[in-house]
Design a protein around this ligand. Structure first.
Ligand code: AMP
Ligand code: TRP
Length: 343
């Protein structure tokens, strides 16, 4: 996180990130997001993490499942090491300032910008006319999530890069239109070996909760046997592991497993290959399984324990929302003043 801290000196470093409560968390979410959120927190940077329930409903969510998924996601954050006494942890709908700022950004952002978003194109599919207006405007709400805190750094997986660039475009246009340097130019933080964890069945597709094959991903709630069996069956090629990263070129499945190993063990890809180069997958896969189980089992056990105490989770989210509002409310008021809204 230290590399990117060069934003305008007027803004104190502050980390924000969000995850949608729209279903099971998987290894990609853990390595690409949650684990890195905990790292940022532990570096002592003020960190704000949000369950973006308003983003989730841009596609249909069953109300009972949404509430459960929000609590389960909160449990996933806490079990992954995000400490509610160190970081601010809450769900988006409890802090109305996000949606209020999003409206202003709806009036700053241009239709053409939104149309270029690959996530919109993917999610809307062939029938874009039938997509919700919220799905189209999704990135303006995301920009508001970030900028309502004047956040300077946003740790995310590779797939969110375009949305952070749009956030910068919105901030720049707002600052330019109103002639004031009010919103920071937020930096995406896309670092480490696992910014794009791929499917275990197809090294060209990212690991995703929407993949119909459960064998394609490791869910954070999978037990040890399931994790081991998914890794055993993961697609690979017949060659041994190379001794240097260069040798992973054009071997997407091999590269993915090595990246996962590196991210789980906090080693570099070169270090992993220095240790395991020359091995067959029949030898490497059991090592990877053991590592994955060692790292993930305590998290899933803790998630399950927390889920037996939903009232405690709700209290943590309410407390986090109150802390978040303390930062967000004055920034929204200042924005209203800049725009010329009488109060
Ligand atoms: P989502 O589950 O799509 O809401 O994503 C939540 C967070 O996890 C975002 O920061 C994503 O960039 C990250 N993420 C999702 N899938 C992956 C993946 N396969 N590899 C790395 N990061 C991911
Ligand atoms: N769009 C992000 C995703 O799909 C979730 C998200 C919403 C987010 N608001 C955010 C991520 C703000 C980072 C910062 O994963």
């Amino acid at each position: 996180m230290s590399e990117g801290v060069q934003t305008s000196p007027a803004f104190t470093p502050r980390v924000f990130s969000g995850i949608q409560p729209s279903g099971d968390l998987h290894l990609g979410n853990y390595l690409g997001a949650l684990k890195r959120f905990a790292d940022a927190q532990n570096q002592g940077i003020q960190s704000i993490y949000c369950m973006v329930d308003q983003h989730a409903i841009t596609v249909w969510q069953d109300p009972v499942k949404l509430a459960r998924a929000t609590r389960e996601l909160a449990a996933g954050f806490i079990a992954s090491g995000i400490d509610p006494n160190k970081s601010i942890l809450f769900n988006q709908s409890q802090v109305a300032e996000h949606a209020q700022l999003a409206w202003i950004f709806n009036c700053v952002a241009r239709m053409g910008w939104m149309k270029r978003m690959t996530q919109f194109k993917d999610k809307a599919g062939k029938n874009a006319e039938n997509a919700s207006l919220g799905l189209f405007g999704y990135p303006a709400l995301m920009a508001a999530d970030i900028l309502i805190y004047h956040a300077t750094h946003v740790p995310v997986g590779e797939d969110q890069k375009q949305h952070i660039e749009l956030t910068r475009d919105i901030a720049a246009k707002f600052n330019h239109d109103y002639g004031i340097e009010f919103f920071p130019m937020t930096e995406p933080v896309i670092e480490g070996a696992a910014t794009r964890v791929m499917s275990l069945r197809d090294g060209s597709k990212k690991m995703s909760k929407s993949d119909p094959s459960d064998a394609s991903r490791i869910n954070m709630t999978d037990d040890a046997d399931t994790i081991a069996s998914k890794i055993r069956k993961a697609k690979t090629d017949p060659d041994a592991l190379p001794s240097e990263a260069e040798g992973l070129k054009d071997r997407p499945e091999a590269r993915n497993l090595v990246n996962i190993y590196a991210a789980l063990s906090d080693m570099s890809v070169s270090e992993v290959l220095a240790e395991n180069g020359g091995q067959q997958f029949s030898a490497f896969k059991p090592r990877l399984s053991e590592l994955a189980v060692t790292k993930l089992a305590p998290i899933s056990t803790e998630m399950a324990r927390l889920m037996t105490q939903p009232d405690e989770i709700d209290a943590i989210l309410r407390h986090g929302a109150a802390q978040a509002r303390e930062i967000a409310a004055p920034i929204l008021q200042k924005t209203y003043d800049i725009v010329g809204m009488v109060r």
